[in-house]
Design a protein. Structure first.
Ligand code: DLL
Length: 435
């Protein structure tokens, strides 16, 4: 058996068969949510669609969308589709605004979840010989426990470190011989920085990293790979849909395979809700096909990406989604120009700066101000005032040519911006305070 598949029967299933499986599972899910979840039944009644109207996969478009607000409005258990006695685990997403949302899993849901995580670990070449250092947060966040279950299932030795206490993480990595690390990319980079400072970056046994939970660029991937001496893989997921485990990279690394036997992916125009052609960017929408406790129908993720259904050299038949470029709600509109933090990251890394930055947007006399704080490295930190000013101008101009708008650049001391142990906070938008 090819070591890089966990469940070859599903991962390489001919697409025609896969579509049949999806349709059967979709019909089952729609019938269940119609019977058990009032908000789905009311929405479907209003749209004039009944479960038996779902006869082909295209009929999914007749179903109403679900959005995060629906989860908030039904907080905590209003969208659960099974008896609470069958729910064996809860997770939650804190979110930066508003009430948190709660999701749940039955025993069977957890088994599926473990298998989906196992798929992505195995696709990254991780196996039973590995020592997997799980530095995603354990707790209500899905990252820690999600990776944990899958890592155990493949028979690896799991090191459930969770986040925090970076010095201790490095000691554990060295002493326990961690070979694979799972973390947010920003935390991985922080670990790399601290490992370099302690002079142990090239003494670690790490060989592979599995990263996700926040947007990161290809440039960031190269940095992490070079500094931790590993190969880095991208994984994607969200609490509402499952947590990690929704899509994963194979060794070809040209997009993330969506586990389509468990989820249907659609890409829509966020303004009209209409589907866009494959390859065209739009909002990613997921429908779960097997979840029992917390199924979701046409959940609008607010992540922006594309889908590619061309065959992949790895043999998997699952469609691939692009790295999400960012969320519709992460996109900044500054003086009428759309700016994604990932674009800032690309420019900085290409110019040789570390990907630690902070974007500060404000409004002064009704005009947007746009500042980016950029960290110097130890190598260039002693430069003269004139040299620093030149550097700031160079960065401003590089950003202006990419974005059409040039931020004020402020160079700050090496390692002076706050590091995050989970998801990095890149943007401070003070305009909200004036609204
Ligand atoms: O971040 C689940 C997760 C944990 C995924 C560990 C991967 C690894 P939430 O906290 O609900 O769940 O955040 C979900 O994070 O809608 C995306 O905007 C973003 N995100 C997750 N993975 C990626 C990725 C977890 N690989 C939100 N690239 C999603 C870009 C990602 N963005």
């Amino acid at each position: 058996m090819n070591r890089n598949y966990w469940q070859p029967g599903y991962e390489t299933m001919p697409r025609e068969e896969l579509r049949e499986l999806q349709l059967a599972r979709l019909r089952d899910t729609v019938a269940r949510v119609y019977a058990k979840v009032p908000i789905y039944r009311e929405r479907m009644d209003k749209a004039g669609v009944r479960p038996e109207d779902i006869r082909t996969l295209d009929d999914i478009r007749r179903l109403p969308f679900t959005v995060k607000q629906d989860l908030r409005d039904t907080y905590p258990y209003g969208m659960f589709a099974c008896d609470m006695t069958d729910v064996v685990r809860l997770h939650a997403s804190s979110g930066t605004t508003g009430k948190q949302i709660v999701v749940g899993y039955t025993k069977r849901d957890l088994e599926v979840w473990d298998n989906l995580i196992a798929r992505q670990l195995v696709a990254a070449g991780v196996g039973s010989d590995d020592f997997i250092h799980v530095a995603f947060g354990y707790g209500l966040f899905t990252g820690g426990f999600g990776l944990h279950g899958g890592a155990q299932l493949v028979g690896a030795t799991v090191i459930p470190v969770s986040t925090g206490n970076t010095a201790r993480q490095l000691t554990i990595m060295q002493d326990f011989g961690s070979t694979a690390i799972c973390a947010t990319p920003s935390y991985a980079l922080y670990l790399a920085e601290e490992a370099e400072k302690a002079g142990i970056a090239d003494k670690l046994k790490l060989r592979v990293g599995i990263f996700g939970a926040e947007p990161w660029t290809e440039e960031m991937r190269r940095q992490i790979e070079a500094r931790l001496h590993i190969k880095a893989f991208d994984i994607y997921g969200l609490t509402e849909v499952m947590g990690p485990g929704v899509s994963y990279e194979c060794s070809d690394q040209k997009g993330m395979h969506v586990s389509e036997d468990h989820f249907i992916i659609e890409i829509i125009d966020p303004d009209t809700g209409e589907p866009v052609p494959d390859g065209t960017p739009g909002e990613i929408v997921f429908t779960s096909l097997t979840k029992k406790a917390f199924p979701v129908i046409r959940y609008r993720t607010r992540d922006i990406g594309t889908v590619n259904r061309e065959p992949c050299p790895c043999g998997r038949t699952f469609a691939r989604m692009s790295k999400p470029k960012g969320r519709t709600d992460d996109m900044l509109i500054i003086r009428g120009v759309n700016v994604f933090p990932s674009q800032i990251e690309t420019v900085l890394i290409n110019l040789g700066y570390p990907p630690n930055y902070q974007i500060i947007v404000d409004r002064v006399n009704s005009l947007d101000t746009f500042e980016v704080k950029v960290e110097l490295t130890d190598d260039n930190f002693d430069d003269s005032v004139a040299a620093l000013a030149r550097k700031e101008r160079t960065i401003t101009e590089a950003m202006r040519s990419l974005l059409g708008i040039g931020p004020k650049i402020t160079l700050v001391n090496p390692r002076s911006l706050t590091r995050s142990e989970g998801k990095a906070v890149r943007v401070i938008d003070r305009r909200k305070l004036h609204d």
